[in-house]
Design a protein around this ligand. Structure first.
Ligand code: FE2
Length: 255
């Protein structure tokens, strides 16, 4: 579920995801793809490659619109969602349903937090309706909450406890150590981490990121290439009730 960053993240997934799915007995796999095109945005071709590598659905975030060519793809594909709280007039949707390996329908919901990001509306305004709509299709509901603030992600996980299978945070690219199944049966983690180069500043070459911070000047960012890991979480759930039974962080070095 973690953000897949640039070519290193893509290469790691294309090489290892199918094998990991088998080893970990994964029935359904959701990845965040908003950083897959050179660190910002996604193209239809790259989306197809993530799906071919073994993802069942792709979620997005604040970099959704960086690549114009993704707009029609968001309309035509049922395998990709963008934050539901973007403007209603923009292409795409924030909820889709994909089949797990055994055919169990899995709803995938994507929302975006407000702190330091600019959604058109607050996720709180629409998340209840979105979850109701998802639950009318299937009890298995996975929410990707793309947000900067830990507080927003923890709060959403609590708010949805007992109504969805998992609330998985993305966007910060740093895996948090709070994976837990909440009292109502909803698994959660504040951030699933990053599938990409960890010898970096959240995926960007460290010297470029630090130069921008130290000088305040515009610096062209490039995706780093060292310390590549596949990160995410493995959620165990009951397909009949949608309740989560376990959540385990995944951190696999690559190659
Ligand atoms: Fe993001």
């Amino acid at each position: 579920m973690a953000d897949v960053v640039g070519r290193p993240g893509r290469d790691a997934l294309e090489d290892r995801l199918a094998g990991l799915r088998e080893e970990l007995e994964v029935d359904v796999c959701v990845v965040n793809g908003e950083n897959v095109a050179d660190g910002v945005g996604i193209t239809p071709k790259l989306a197809e490659r993530l799906l071919a590598a073994g993802a069942d659905a792709i979620t997005l975030g604040n970099h959704t619109w960086r690549r114009q060519e993704i707009r029609p793809y968001l309309e035509s594909s049922d395998r990709i969602v963008r934050p539901a709280n973007f403007a209603a007039t923009t292409p795409g949707k924030g909820l889709t349903v994909v089949p797990a390996a055994d055919g169990t329908p899995v709803a995938v919901v994507n929302v975006m937090g407000s702190l330091s990001l600019q959604p058109a509306t607050s996720m709180w305004e629409l998340v209840d309706d979105l979850v109701d709509e998802a639950r009318s299709a299937t009890p298995v509901v996975v929410v990707d909450v793309h947000a900067e603030a830990t507080s927003e992600k923890v709060a959403l996980a609590r708010w949805l406890d007992g109504r969805v299978t998992a609330v998985i945070g993305t966007h910060t690219h740093v895996q948090t150590s709070d994976a837990r199944v909440q009292p109502g049966g909803t698994a959660a983690i504040t951030d699933a981490g990053m599938t990409g180069p960890h010898d970096s500043v959240i995926g960007v070459k460290a010297e470029q990121a630090t130069q921008r911070m130290r000088t305040g000047m515009t610096v062209r960012f490039e995706v780093a290439d060292g310390g590549i890991r596949i990160e995410g979480v493995l959620v165990g759930f009951d397909g009949a009730t949608g309740r989560a039974s376990a959540i385990t962080p995944v951190r696999v070095p690559w190659p």
